[in-house]
Design a protein around this ligand. Structure first.
Ligand code: RB5
Length: 142
């Protein structure tokens, strides 16, 4: 599976670790940032969310310090359901109930081990549909 990933400077190191940890599991498209030099998270969230919104990628990962700024930005895009996940149970529910298509990670508040577990769970859990389908359809941007 092809997965697009991006971060700001606060998420840069974790982004590199995730790409390395799952290098044989996914085909990664790295949309930056490419160093720990300070950048603005919307400059990385918007291009990735736009690609997911248009269906160029089914799934993406976004990482910033808290996960909030980069996730808030991504969720401005139609068809994007970006979910901030810091433990695997939340990642599981984000997929099962919310059909999340962007995984958002809080680099400054999650261990590498937990982040890897979250990624693994997110990509191995299916949307349950049923009553959740109706709810997800109601999310649409107004
Ligand atoms: C950067 O210092 C930090 O503000 C950013 O990574 C993120 O946490 C914003 O929501």
């Amino acid at each position: 599976m092809k997965v697009i990933i991006a971060s700001d400077h606060a998420g840069f190191e974790l982004k590199e670790k995730i790409i390395n940890q799952f290098k044989v599991d996914f085909e990664w498209v790295d949309n930056g940032t490419f160093s720990s030099e300070s950048v603005d998270y919307p400059d990385f969230a918007h291009p990735l969310a736009d690609k997911v919104s248009k269906g160029e990628f089914e799934y993406g990962i976004l990482i910033c310090g808290t996960g909030n700024g980069i996730g808030m930005t991504a969720n401005k895009h139609a068809n994007v359901r970006a979910a901030l996940c810091w433990k695997k149970e939340i990642a599981e529910l984000a997929r099962q109930h919310n059909n999340a298509n962007i995984l958002v990670l809080p680099a400054r508040f999650i261990s590498d081990e937990d982040a890897f577990a979250v990624v693994k769970t997110f990509f191995s859990t299916a949307f349950e549909g049923g009553r959740h389908q109706r709810r997800v359809e109601k999310i649409n941007i107004r």
